[in-house]
Design a protein around this ligand. Sequence first.
Ligand code: ADP
Ligand code: MG
Length: 209
Amino acid sequence: MKTEFILAAAEAVNAAILANEAEIESLDREIGDGDHFINMKRGCATIVSMREELATLPPDTALQKIGMKLLSTIGGASGPLLGSFFISMAKAVKEQDTTSLAGIAAAFAAGVEAIKSRGKSDVGEKTMLDVLIPVSQTFTRLAAEGVERHDLLEVLKREAEQGMRSTRDMIATKGRAAFLGERAIGHIDPGAKSCQVIIQTVCDLAGRH
Ligand code: ADP
Ligand code: MG
């Protein structure tokens, strides 16, 4: 993993989140409190604004700084969750070789584990983890099998899309949507949608690198 890729991903994700404003905004209005888009927008803008500061740093230090900054700038439930994702991923990137897809998959898995433990949540609870956990598991498996990079990225995008859609028929047991009980059924989780957009964007970018 290179810092240059992290910076390019930040730019691309920022643009993709902005392009999906209407959808993300309305999902959190339906089953949350309507601030998820603003939270994501603020997080993306913050990372993009750190470009100069991050450019000369090794990737693990850059990810660590991003995580610390997200903890203090994104509000809501998603700030601490995404902040801890980056901090744990940074630690894994520092400790192991991430020149291979398997190494990157392991670092991604470490980040997802941090969200699980911080959010005390797992797959099936109508959250961003319904995208992140299946994507992480598939990433680890396909990388271990040595699946070709382009094919692997395509599968991860499909997995993210499926995970996002799977939240539609779930009852939420974590986050604000949990207060709605069965009324949350029929609505996609906003955090799952933004994570799907992020994964799609980063996979597209990785396919061009
Ligand atoms: P808030 O819920 O505090 O308003 P956001 O609107 O920014 O914060 O983020 C809401 C998203 O956070 C949800 O759509 C869900 O995906 C995710 N989320 C909330 N609580 C948890 C949790 N305990 N574990 C994992 N993800 C969660
Ligand atoms: Mg919200």
